[in-house]
Design a protein around this ligand. Sequence first.
Ligand code: GNY
Length: 621
Amino acid sequence: MTQESQYGKWTLSDSDDDVVPPTPPKDLKKPNTKLDPERKTNVVHTAPKPKPKSEPSPEHKQTSEPTFKTEKISAPALGSEARQAAHFNRINPVKHENSSSPAVKRKRESEEGGWDLSSSDDEATSSTSKTNPKKPVKSPPRKKVEDKRPPSPHGASYYKEEPSDFFEANLSTMNHTYRFYLNKVTGIEKKYNTGALHIKEILSPMFGTLKESVQFNYCFDIPWMVKQYPPEFRDKPVIIVHGEKRESKARLLQQAQPYSHIRFCQAKLDIAFGTHHTKMMLLWYEEGFRVIILTSNMIQADWYQKTQGIWMSPLYPRLPEGSPETAGDSPTHFKRDLLEYLRAYRAPELSEWMERIKEHNLSETKIYLIGSTPGRFQGADMEKWGHLRLRKLLSEHTCPVQNAEEWPVIGQFSSIGSMGLDKTKWLAAEFQRTLTTQGKASSSSSPGTSMLLVYPSVDNVRTSLEGYPAGGSLPYSIQTAQRQLWLHSYFHRWKAETSGRSSAMPHIKTYMRASPDFSQLSWFLVTSANLSKAAWGALEKNNTQMMVRSYELGVLYLPTIFNMKTFPVEKNIFPVSSSSTGFPVPFDLPPQQYSGKDRPWIWNIPYTQAPDTHGNIWVPS
Ligand code: GNY
């Protein structure tokens, strides 16, 4: 039940039995690698149509679009190009014209159109604009866009350089209470980047003398990744854990050809439409060992002008020689659970790392691990992964609160899967029930508890730092959206004045429960998991089986571990105060409901009525 698309693999977290497999905007292309001769010149490629599917499956219902069906069938094998294309945001930007002339609206006229941008952006080479197949339509004499960067989003010469001190974290200006950080964003006021982390800082000697590392992720630009390591650590062994198969796997391996220190571990994805979304670094130092769990892909676009979340563990010291492997666990059982998560890969490449972890003391960990791994789970195993894992932890480790039904739950994410015909199919019956679990009392408070979902509106994207190309990382498709208009009544805008990140679109995913006045949190979760059944799991067989498609990973904060009843919400998270005990929620509370005019961002429809921050419109072909 596979089929190749010339887009390459598509793997979507929102791909599901009753999901319309997302189709990338047609001119999204896989980024070329360094070894691709076309990369440097940003040659435009055809965006060929997916091949017809090879084999139908009774497991997957026919969807409204044959091409999607095609891609859906091949989903596990398909994801890569589309995804990478998405990351490189190669939907044609077209300059806005006040009058929407046919020329402006015209889609890519030729199958040859499309961006094909460098996947390795540090070494800016040729101008991206010359390779734009569809010449951006000249803007009329309207307000000049101050931005001198090429119109091609995320191309080689697109990124604005930051002064080198941008990448120098100042440990004294960081609050380590929660060890939860945002990424540094280019183009926002400096104060909003204090206490935030760039990948170069995470990998810097300031956090340890690196010996070896493992990078778990979804999308990799390997040449770019290598440059994020400091020169002195650049040739230390790295294992890349990924979910690529077939052609996209070959391309990934090809990218690493010049780097003999890089090895690969392919995560098994035996369930259709599963994806390896987990984003984690394992860093082994002279001084010990550290774990980073985050939301950013290993590509420059994800570390530039998006909002991302990062949990950085403490430095874990080595245990005394001969300690039992059960030693050095935390009250949150992070060590046990991390080893259990890694065990689920059943990958020989990870076994020496598991042994290494066993030799370290992880007892200072204050978060709970919440992972998803693909499979169908029954009995006690049903609570190992996904939303039932979250439900179990909330049930065992949160205290019932007064008027629990008045404490809203909040979900914030950057992509959305198919939720079915109405809320009773999964959202309310399973997911909301989990989020509203509060202590051991039966969680029947869910129906009365409000659930606020935060997802960028079209205007959020249009007015963002990246402009419409930010929407390339918000892959909610029209095919999915139009089947669940009921869902959109839950939606709230992305607004983050408190963190200075209203204009940095979220790629972070967070879930939490707040007090009625939003001044306190009962718990907080940052994760790779979007709002989808593939990520969080769905009950089957009369609730006796939990089916999970993807790998996901996140960290859960519970107040008891911090000797608190609830977390106070930090009102002014930037500039960071190193002593604050308030929780740095990355967006503004209470969330602001969509106005009557707001629409959720959908990535594969055109937006031509208003220009974005770079003077472009959005015309997916
Ligand atoms: C995963 C993404 C729909 C797929 C191809 C997609 C598009 C755009 C961004 C994506 C992304 C991830 C991820 N799939 O950021 O794991 O971060």
